[in-house]
Design a protein around this ligand. Structure first.
Ligand SMILES: [Zn+2]
Ligand SMILES: [Zn+2]
Length: 184
């Protein structure tokens, strides 16, 4: 039985709240049932770690990204446990070594356009002969596709699946589509 359920309370969110800070854990107050004063996020993260809980979702297995919008915690594979979180971090580090930007570029060149994140991830998995679930291929491929987009090689062509935030300025994509930018 968990003696340290950490709960999160939303503070009043100002109209002009910074979206990035909001996603990063601002405007919340954290407390633990054991009574230790937590307050801000950093302290809550430390307390989660010392009580063997995931420091991203505070052992809750899901996180409320914004008031009323909850998603399963990816950092601990939805378990809420610190051990699982550490394993995920190690696996992600391994994926970073194996899945390079060059590999992703090579693989996506062969895909019909526009291609979805899931298709690119499957192609990478196939190329490396990785069984599903062996490494966090999807998250790594997503990060690299976003990087290629920033560098001007790709453009995201799908509409967001969800608009979040006070004014819908934050967007969420589940399986976005990309297209290559061809320069002639
Ligand atoms: Zn506690
Ligand atoms: Zn978690």
């Amino acid at each position: 039985m968990n003696e340290h359920p950490i709960s999160v309370d939303w503070d009043e969110i100002p109209e002009d709240a910074d979206d990035r800070a909001l996603l990063d854990g601002a405007h919340r107050t954290y407390r633990c049932a054991c009574g230790i004063p937590l307050g801000e996020r950093v302290k809550a993260e430390l307390h989660a770690m010392e009580t063997d809980q995931c420091s991203t979702c505070f052992g809750r297995a899901s996180r409320e990204v914004l008031p009323g919008f909850t998603e399963a915690c990816r950092a601990c594979a939805g378990t809420g446990r610190r051990g699982a979180q550490l394993m995920w971090e190690t696996a992600y580090g391994e994926a970073e070594q194996v899945i390079t930007v060059g590999l992703v570029r090579q693989v996506t060149r062969r895909l019909p356009e526009p291609f979805a994140l899931s298709q690119a991830a499957d192609a990478v998995r196939g190329m490396l002969g990785l069984p599903a679930g062996r490494l966090p291929v999807g998250p790594r491929v997503r990060d690299l596709l976003l990087r290629l987009e920033q560098e001007g090689e790709l453009v995201m062509v799908s509409a967001p699946d969800e608009l979040l935030g006070n004014d819908g300025s934050m967007v969420l994509y589940r399986d976005p589509l990309w297209r290559r930018i061809t320069t002639t």
